[in-house]
Ligand binder design. Structure first.
Ligand code: NAD
Length: 696
C-alpha cells in the first residue's frame, strides 16, 4: 500500500488497482460540504487514473455515513451537492463498491445506492429516514430504492424511515453481500471481481407493481404518517418511477427536496432533533459515571409498576416485583403475563416467542421484601401519597444494599421529603415514567438537592437502556412535564368558562395536531386524581385567584371520566368514543351563571394561541426556577410525553419564531384574559442566545 493522498474529510488510499476512498469525518462521518468535495475529487482521480480499475467507499471509525449534517439544511447548500457526487460515481466508468458498517442512513445510504454494489458487515443498518425530518430523500433515494425492492415496499420503507438490519437488507437486495471479518478487504475483492463492469441502479427497470399493493402501501403510509406533506411527497416521488424516465424522476425529486428542506415543518422537526440531542448533555453531572445495574426491584405492581417491570425486562434486566399483598401482586403478575401472551400470539417470528419467554424467566414476583438486598436499583410505584411513600422508603432503606439507587415514580410529590425518610438521601432520585410505562418514550429523571451525580447518571443510563428519552429535571411540583400540562389545562378550562365548549377546545387542539384534546385526555386518565389534589391544595390556594369549578361539579356528579361512563363527555354502553353530552353543557352554563359570566365565542385560532402561550409562559417560569435545564427541554417533554405535534417543533420553537416583541404583547393579553392569580414569566429566558433556529 502506498502513502495516502490526504484530503480534509476524505482520503484516497490505493490497494493495487483499487482505490479505497475513506470518509473520515468524526464522530459519525456525517455528509457535509467537505465530505462531498472530497468524494468528488477522489472519484475524479479514480476516473482519470488508468492504473485504477475500481474503487471502494468506506467510512473510518465505527460507521459508514450515519446521515447528513443537518446544520446545513436550513441554509443554501454548498456545492458540490450530493447528486453531483453520485452522478460522478455513475459516470466514472469503473465499478465503485460501498463498504458499509455501523449505519448508512439518509444521504449515506443514497450514496451507497449510487454505487455499483454494496457489501456490509453484520449488524449494519441502512435506511432513508428523511421523511421523519419533514423532507424526502433528495439524492435519488426515491428513484433507486424502488428499482431494488419495488414500489410498495419502497413506500413503506421511506415513509416510515425504517432502519433495516443487514440480514433483512440482504434478503431484500438492498445489499449484495454480508461479510464477516475484514470488510475493507472483502469490498476491495468485490470491486476487483467486478472488473470494469458497471451495475448502476439507474439502468435497472422498476419491478412491475400490483396496483392494489401500491394503494394499500399508500393508504398505510398516509395513516401512520398523519398525512404530513413529506409523506405525500415521498409517495408521489416513488410512484413516479413507474412511468417517469430516471433523470426526470431525479430532477423532480430534487426540486421537491429543495422546497421541503426550507419549509417551516422541516425546520421544526430539525429543531426537535437538536433539542433531543441537547437534552442528553448534562454538564452539571461533571462526567459522573453510572453505577452498574442488573437487578431492578419494582415496588407496587399497579398500572405503572407492571409497565415499568415490562420495560426493564425487555431491556434485559432481572426484575423483582414486590407488593403489599398477594392479591395486588397476582394482579400485577397477571398483567405482565398477559402482555407477553399477547406478544406471543401476534409474534410472526419465533424470535418474539423466545424473547417473551426470556423476559418472563427474568421476572420474580414476590412478597418477600428481604430480597430487596439483591437489587441494584429500586423503583417505587405505590400510591401517590407522601405518607405511604415515606413508609415504603423507610422499609427500602432497611433492606436495600448500600450503593443501590433508590428511585420514586412520583408524579407530583416532593422528592426530598421522600428521600428524607431514608438515611441515604444522596442515593434517592426520581424516575418519572409516563403511562403506559413500557410504551411512552419520555422519562423524567428528577434531581433532589443532595442527589449524588452518579445516582443521577445511573438513572439516565438505565433510562437509555430502557430505550427511553430521559430528561433531567429539578424537584418541583409536577417537575417539567406535568407542570406544563397543568398550565395548559388550566388555560383550556378558562376558555370553557368564557364560552367555548369542551369539545370545541378539544377539536381545535386536535386540529393543531395534539394526539388528543385536554378534556378527552382528562376523561381517559380519570378526573378524580386531579380532584383529590385540588382538595388537598384548597387550604393554601389564594382565595382571590381565578378558579374554574366545572371539574369539581363533574366529579361531585359522579362523572369521573371514562371509567364511570361519563366525564366531560358521555361514553354510552361502554363505548370508548366520547359523545357530547347536553348535561355537561347545562352544568357549564350553570357555572358561568353562578359567576355572572356571559359566554362569548372563541375561535379555534384563539384557543390554539392561548394554549400555546400558556405553555410558553410556564416554560419561562420553569427555566427561571431552574426546574428545566434548558428551554428546548420543554419541547422535548411535550412532544415525547404529551402528544404535542412533533412537526410544530414545540412551544419554545413557536415562541422563538414569534420573537420577543410579539410575545410580550401576546402575554400581556393572556395575563389580562387569565385574570387574578396568573403568574407571568419572563419569556426573554426562552429566547436568550438564539441566533437562528439551527444555530447549534
Ligand atoms: P396503582 O393504584 O395502579 O398502583 C399502585 C400499586 O401500589 C397498587 O398495586 C398497590 O397495591 C401498591 N401499593 C400501595 N401501597 C403499597 C405499599 N405500602 N407497599 C407496596 N405496594 C403498595 O397506581 P399507579 O397509577 O400505578 O401509580 C403509581 C405511582 O406512579 C404513583 O406515584 C403515580 O403518581 C405515578 N404515576 C402514575 C401515572 C399514571 O398515569 N397512572 C403516570 C406517571 C406516574
Amino acid at each position: 500500500m502506498q502513502a495516502p493522498e490526504r484530503r480534509d474529510a476524505v482520503r484516497l488510499e490505493r490497494e493495487g488497482d483499487i482505490a479505497v476512498i475513506v470518509i473520515d469525518n468524526p464522530p459519525v462521518n456525517a455528509g457535509s460540504a467537505a465530505v462531498r468535495a472530497g468524494l468528488l475529487a477522489a472519484i475524479e482521480t479514480v476516473r482519470d487514473d488508468e492504473r485504477l480499475h475500481g474503487a471502494v467507499l468506506i467510512g473510518a471509525g465505527t460507521t459508514f455515513i450515519a446521515g447528513s449534517d443537518l446544520r446545513e439544511f436550513g441554509q443554501p447548500l454548498a456545492e458540490p451537492q450530493l447528486p453531483t457526487v453520485i452522478r460522478a460515481i455513475e459516470d466514472c466508468g469503473k465499478p465503485v463498491v460501498a463498504a458499509l458498517h455501523g449505519a448508512a442512513l439518509g444521504g449515506g445510504f443514497e450514496l451507497a445506492l449510487g454505487c455499483d454494489a454494496r457489501v456490509a458487515s453484520p449488524g449494519t443498518v441502512v435506511g432513508l429516514p428523511e421523511v421523519t425530518l419533514g423532507i424526502i430523500p433528495g439524492a435519488g433515494g426515491t428513484q433507486r430504492l424502488p428499482r431494488i425492492v419495488g414500489i410498495p415496499r419502497a413506500i413503506g420503507m421511506v415513509c416510515s424511515g425504517e432502519r433495516v438490519h443487514s440480514a433483512a437488507a440482504l434478503a431484500a437486495g438492498l445489499i449484495d453481500a454480508e461479510v464477516e471479518g475484514d470488510l475493507r478487504a472483502a469490498a476491495v475483492a468485490h470491486a476487483r471481481q467486478m472488473a470494469g463492469c458497471k451495475q448502476r441502479l439507474r439502468d435497472r427497470a422498476v419491478p412491475m407493481a400490483d396496483a392494489g399493493a401500491v394503494a394499500d402501501a399508500t393508504a398505510a403510509a398516509l395513516k401512520v404518517g398523519k398525512r404530513r406533506p413529506a409523506v405525500q411527497a415521498a409517495i408521489d416521488a416513488i410512484t413516479a418511477t413507474a412511468h417517469a424516465p430516471f433523470d426526470e424522476g431525479l430532477a423532480q425529486e430534487r426540486a421537491v427536496f429543495q422546497h421541503l428542506r426550507v419549509s417551516r415543518e422541516a425546520a421544526a422537526l430539525r429543531h426537535q432533533f437538536f433539542a433531543e440531542r441537547d437534552s442528553a448533555r448534562h454538564p452539571s453531572l461533571d462526567g459522573a459515571g453510572p453505577r452498574a445495574v442488573q437487578c431492578v426491584a419494582v415496588i407496587g405492581a399497579g398500572t405503572m409498576g407492571s409497565g415499568i417491570a415490562i420495560a426493564a425486562l425487555e431491556a434485559g434486566h432481572d426484575v423483582l416485583l414486590l407488593e403489599q399483598d398477594a392479591a395486588a401482586l397476582e394482579r400485577g403478575a397477571t398483567r405482565i403475563h398477559a402482555h407477553y401472551a399477547g406478544r406471543v400470539q401476534s409474534g410472526k417470528v419465533k424470535a418474539a416467542v423466545a424473547v417473551a419467554a426470556a423476559c418472563e424467566a427474568r421476572l420474580t414476583a414476590s412478597l418477600d421484601w428481604t430480597r430487596l438486598a439483591e437489587a441494584d436499583l429500586v423503583i417505587e410505584a405505590v400510591f401517590e401519597d407522601l405518607a405511604v411513600k415515606q413508609q415504603v422508603f423507610q422499609r427500602i432503606d432497611h433492606l436495600a444494599r448500600p450503593g443501590a439507587v433508590l428511585a420514586s415514580n412520583t408524579s407530583y410529590l416532593d422528592l426530598e421529603a421522600i428521600a428524607a425518610a431514608t438515611f441515604r438521601p444522596q442515593d434517592v432520585i426520581g424516575l418519572h415514567f409516563f403511562s403506559p410505562a413500557h410504551v411512552m418514550r419520555l422519562m423524567e429523571v428528577v434531581r433532589g438537592t443532595v442527589s449524588a451525580p452518579d445516582a443521577l447518571a445511573t438513572g439516565l443510563a438505565v433510562a437509555r437502556k430502557l430505550r427511553k428519552l430521559p430528561l433531567l429535571t429539578g424537584n418541583a411540583f409536577g417537575f417539567v412535564g406535568n407542570r406544563l400540562y397543568a398550565a395548559y389545562r388550566r388555560q383550556c378550562e378558562f376558555m370553557v368558562e368564557e364560552g367555548a365548549w369542551p369539545e370545541q377546545v378539544d377539536a381545535a387542539l386536535e386540529a393543531y395536531g395534539f394526539a388528543m384534546g385536554p378534556f378527552a385526555v382528562a376523561d381517559l386518565s380519570g378526573l378524580d386524581i386531579a380532584w383529590r389534589m385540588r382538595k388537598a391544595q384548597a387550604a393554601t390556594r389564594d382565595p382571590a385567584a381565578r378558579y374554574v369549578h366545572i371539574a369539581d361539579r363533574l366529579c361531585e356528579a359522579g362523572r369521573l371520566g371514562r371509567k364511570t361512563g361519563a366525564g366531560y363527555y358521555r361514553y354510552a354502553d361502554g363505548a370508548s368514543r366520547p359523545q357530547v353530552d347536553a348535561a355537561v353543557h347545562d352544568l357549564i352554563t350553570q357555572v358561568r351563571c353562578d359567576k355572572g359570566l356571559s359566554p362569548r365565542t372563541l375561535t379555534d385560532g384563539e384557543i390554539q394561541r392561548r394554549a400555546l402561550l400558556a405553555l410558553v409562559n410556564e416554560a419561562a417560569l420553569l427555566l427561571a426556577e431552574g426546574v428545566a435545564e434548558r428551554a428546548t427541554d420543554v419541547d422535548v417533554a411535550l412532544v415525547n410525553g404529551y402528544g404535542f405535534p412533533r412537526w410544530e417543533g414545540g412551544p419554545v420553537f413557536w415562541a422563538r419564531e414569534r420573537g420577543a416583541a410579539a410575545l410580550q404583547a401576546d402575554l400581556d393579553e393572556l395575563a389580562a384574559l387569565s385574570g387574578q392569580g396568573f403568574v407571568r414569566g419572563d419569556v426573554a429566558v426562552l429566547l436568550d442566545g438564539v441566533v437562528c433556529d439551527e444555530g447549534h
